[in-house]
Design a protein around this ligand. Structure first.
Ligand code: F0G
Length: 454
């Protein structure tokens, strides 16, 4: 590719192009819309595309950490960050794609694939966007960064801020984030503020705090987060040798991730890397479903809800990137679906049964595929990639509660303890047992209960 033209910011979803320079700290346009980075993409010749593909291949074997990063390897799509010096990277990305036979059988597919973003440095997909946003924060001279979070954004921001010697401040809904994530923010040295109220309240507060200046906002309303997150799809296509799957399935919360996927496909197509785009299916929890409702309605506007789900990562009722996510779905002829607490819990156990595991929010994807196959929107022979957004160990309480058959939808804290609405785990739970330390009795028990299926 020749030297790219300069990138700029513009307001999203309007014909009127008001350009804002990259070095102006702002999170919305003058008319209050979301901002997006415009990467001037020209249509490339076939030879240029082939050269770039080869360059991406070669960079995997480079000793330069910037090349080895699964985000910065694709920097020709990240022109906002040129000339790519002082990059804060932890070799994020590089996440595997797995075949999932148990999940395929469960969801009615011949084959099913996952790309597991939980294999990132801090255990979630947030690292893809955080490396770019923190790099930009540093470039802009920020000393303090902040975010509201259901847990993973805060863990990721805390790590990248620590690596770049910036102070980080996280606003989390009190008692509503999983301990794996909270422990990360604490260990990486974030000033951790628990707000009474939910994520949506924390999101509003952090925006008000950052508006006063001094502290740079790193939620996905920040367009530089979206840029890095885009590379999840670029890397996925690279791994698939640029053969486009039929569907990409992704959980929907604050909707930054799904928005970035739509942007990735639009840019890849504009410059001639791909000729068709995968359809994006965004899956929400029934109790936190504003995109599902908005997509299904005639007006297609955001009507915030008071969110309720044990998949705490996506317990979000007023998503910031609603408009961008709608674009991602519409521009790819995609779909939005919702799944129940029971559907999430059981799908998660099937991801575990494939030897992979994920956090609950990620399991909406497999639950969503099953539902969309049953409804006839997806077909058993299509190629479908589910994006598992977070690692199993982010929220171990949920998994243990499930297998002990003690998972409550309305638990007071993230761990069940008690509640009025128990989630039916059917035959899928795998209860731990207590036995005396007596070899004969142990072997009797094992003979009776453990049958190898291999
Ligand atoms: N899956 C996981 C594991 C998440 O942590 C999130 C969001 C999502 C899915 C939804 O992604 O917001 O881009 O639609 N977590 C944010 C956080 C909100 O604060 O960690 P989204």
């Amino acid at each position: 590719m020749d030297k790219p033209e300069k990138a700029y910011l513009k307001s999203f979803g309007t014909e009127q192009v008001v350009k804002y320079p990259l070095d102006q700290i702002r999170y919305r346009s003058d008319d209050g819309r979301l901002l997006e980075v415009v990467n001037p993409m020209r249509k490339l010749s076939e030879d240029n595309v082939a050269d770039l593909k080869q360059l991406f291949d070669m960079r995997q074997f480079s000793r330069n950490p910037v090349d080895r990063s699964g985000v910065w390897r694709f920097r020709e799509f990240l022109s906002a960050f040129a000339p790519y010096d002082n990059i804060i990277t932890m070799r994020e990305g590089n996440t595997p794609i797995y075949t999932m036979p148990v999940c395929a059988a469960y969801s009615g597919m011949k084959e099913l694939f996952v790309k597991h973003q939980g294999f990132n440095p801090t255990g979630s997909f947030k690292d893809n966007g955080m490396t770019t946003a923190v790099t930009m924060a540093k470039k802009l001279g920020a000393r303090m960064v902040a975010c509201a979070s259901t847990g993973n954004t805060s863990a990721s921001m805390a790590a990248y801020a620590a690596r770049s010697r910036m102070k980080s401040i996280v606003f989390i809904p009190e008692g509503q984030i999983a301990y794996g994530k909270l422990s990360q923010a604490l260990d990486y040295g974030s000033l951790t503020i628990q707000i009474s109220g939910d994520f949506d309240k924390a999101m509003q507060v952090v925006q008000d705090v950052c508006k006063r200046g001094r502290i740079y906002l790193l939620n996905s309303i920040n367009p530089f987060r979206i840029e890095g997150q885009k590379t999840i799809m670029i890397e996925m296509l690279h791994q698939l040798d640029w053969k486009v799957p039929d569907w990409v399935v992704v959980p929907g919360g604050n909707l930054g991730n799904s928005s970035s996927f739509g942007k990735a496909f639009a840019e890849l197509k504009a410059c001639g890397f791909i000729t068709k785009v995968p359809r994006i299916a965004i899956i929400q929890a029934e109790g936190a479903n504003p995109l599902y409702s908005g997509f299904a309605s005639k007006e297609r506007v955001l009507k915030p809800v008071s969110a309720q789900t044990r998949a705490t990562a996506i317990k979000i009722g007023n998503p910031v990137s609603f408009d961008k996510a709608l674009y991602a779905v519409d521009s790819t002829e995609g779909l939005v679906e919702q799944v129940s607490e029971t559907e999430i819990a059981i799908a998660k156990s099937r991801i575990g049964a494939d030897g992979i595991g994920s956090e609950p929010a990620s399991a909406t994807t497999v639950a969503g595929v099953k539902k969309l196959v049953e409804k006839g929107f997806m077909h058993s022979r299509e190629k479908i990639i589910c994006i598992l957004t977070g690692h199993l160990l982010k929220d171990p309480d949920y998994t243990v509660d499930f297998h002990k058959d003690e998972l409550y939808a309305d638990a007071k804290r993230t761990s069940s303890v008690s509640g009025g609405s128990k989630i039916d785990t059917g035959d899928y739970s795998n209860k731990p047992v207590q036995l005396p330390a007596d070899v004969d009795k142990l072997l009797d028990y094992i003979d009776e209960h453990a049958h190898s299926s291999i």
